[in-house]
Ligand binder design. Structure first.
Ligand code: GDP
Ligand code: IMO
Ligand code: MG
Length: 431
């Protein structure tokens, strides 16, 4: 049996969904352990595109169970819509296929209202959140006033909590943010109904996962966001409100850290970021626009254009350290085809002229750091049909090898297109 964790090593959208779908073949359970429907994970299977926000990316496979762990914040409306969409495409999602932790926290309408109101009030200083209520939901969890999935199944508990929380949030919304109040009774009825619809899917996820593990079967954990969006380790405050690092599998799914065998870090062959915050290798020029266009870099959740730039190995090396990454999965290598020269950031230069390998905690200080680049020759050959390293042009091989060398981790998977089959598997962590 093996437990493998997939994490994003940059600022999200590295292609985690594609890799999870690919590795699901060898797993029995596929588990989300943090984040919520701020995530947008895209799969292309048999030419068909699927985008998942809450449902784990293993759902398209037969005979597998997908789990939403307690560390995830669940918007039941989004979840039910996602299930319905799959059903309409001939992929029914029954309670044997999808399990939801009774302890996961629920995103309520006032969370989304607070998220949007706070962002609006921040003006130019806005974080650029997805506006899905993620931060306010985690706030309530930490403040110990959150509503959990189990509460949706207990009408009296739900009613009392909704009334108390709506009252407080309405105070903030109307008195501080000048927004409209929300109706507690309406919310209560709606969420009670969601509870009824989800009842059969709710269970003790840690117990179910540990049983799979005890039976000697494989578990695959699907990280959301990226390590540099981590609330503790990212570019705070331009981060999300959960911990995308691998360590949160334990707190967010209830599977102990001693069970984890491998952590695969997904690395886009260049860098993107959506929303505000520092991005040292950002290209605000023609090349950045070219990458965005060729890589179709638009947010899978909000449709916003993603900011694009060169690969930053200071960022990835730090993720390797923070998440204990044991293998690299390089994605979107094909997007770089056609560029005459490629740059890789190997270090930062401080205003004092020192060349360093650290990301300062101070954003002011980080803004003063300049990326140090290594330049390499590009390639023009179409690589989307490559299925082994030997199929890649020499310059492409050199770029990949240098990536792995600078990140200090061996390559496990190389992705050369969005399709499930457009992949070179060098080392399957479940093998
Ligand atoms: P995630 O959030 O990490 O799962 O990534 P997203 O799904 O938000 O963004 C990755 C995008 O790149 C998706 O549209 C994928 O279909 C696409 N993609 C994944 N791997 C590759 C690849 O190797 N080449 C190309 N061209 N597209 C890819
Ligand atoms: P996946 O799983 C990219 C970003 C938002 C914003 C910041 C905070 O698809 O990689 P939030 O709504 O979480 O409070 O927003 O985090 N963000 C993501 N960026 N990919 C994601 O998920 C993201 N989830 C959140 O754009 O900058
Ligand atoms: Mg995404």
């Amino acid at each position: 049996m093996a437990c493998v964790v997939i994490v994003g090593s940059q600022w999200g959208d590295e292609g985690k969904g594609k890799v999870v779908d690919l590795l699901t073949e060898d797993a029995r359970g596929i588990v989300r352990f943090q984040g919520g429907n701020n995530a947008g994970h895209t799969l292309v299977v048999g030419g068909e595109k699927f985008i998942f926000h809450l449902i784990p990316s293993g759902i398209l496979h037969q005979g597998k169970a997908c789990y939403i762990g307690n560390g995830v914040v669940v918007d039941p409306q989004v979840l039910l819509l996602e299930m319905d969409k799959l059903d309409k495409r001939g992929i029914p999602v029954g309670p044997e296929k999808l399990r939801i932790s009774d302890r996961a926290h629920v995103i309520m309408p006032y969370h989304q209202a607070m998220d949007l109101a706070r962002e609006k009030a921040k003006g130019k200083e806005a974080i650029g959140t997805t506006g899905r209520g993620i931060g306010p939901c985690y706030e309530d969890k930490s403040s110990r006033v959150g509503i959990r999935i189990i509460d949706l199944l207990e009408p009296d508990v739900l009613k009392a909590k909704v009334e108390a929380n709506t009252k407080e949030k309405n105070f903030w919304l109307t008195q501080y943010f000048n927004e409209e109040p929300l109706d507690a009774e309406h919310i209560f009825k709606q969420y009670l109904e969601y509870g009824n619809l989800l009842r059969d899917y709710v269970g003790d996820v840690p117990a179910e996962l540990n049983e799979i593990y005890s039976d000697g079967e494989n578990l695959l954990f699907e990280g959301a966001q990226g390590i540099h969006l981590d609330i503790d380790h990212g570019t705070y405050p331009y981060v999300t409100s959960s911990n995308p690092v691998s360590g949160s599998v334990s707190s967010g799914a209830g599977v102990g850290i001693t069970r984890i065998d491998d952590v695969l870090g997904i690395v886009k062959a260049y860098t993107t970021r959506v929303g505000g915050g520092p991005f040292p290798t950002e290209l605000e020029d023609e090349t950045g626009a070219w990458l965005g266009d060729k890589g179709q870099e638009f947010g899978a959740t909000t449709g916003r254009p993603r900011r694009c730039g060169w690969l930053d190995t200071v960022v990835v090396r730090r993720s390797v350290m923070l998440a204990g990454i044991t293998g690299l999965c390089v994605t979107k290598l094909d997007v770089l085809t056609g560029l005459a020269k490629l740059k890789i950031c190997t270090a930062y230069k401080t205003p004092e002229g020192d060349v360093v390998d650290t990301i300062p905690a101070s954003l002011e200080r980080l803004a003063q750091c300049q990326p140090v680049y290594e330049e390499m020759d590009g390639w023009n050959e179409d690589i989307t049909g490559a299925r082994s390293l030997n199929d890649l042009p020499d310059n492409c091989r050199t770029y990949l090898d240098r990536m792995a060398e600078l990140c200090g981790v061996d390559l496990s998977i190389v992705s050369v297109g969005p399709g499930r089959d457009q992949t070179i598997v060098l080392k399957n962590p479940f093998a």
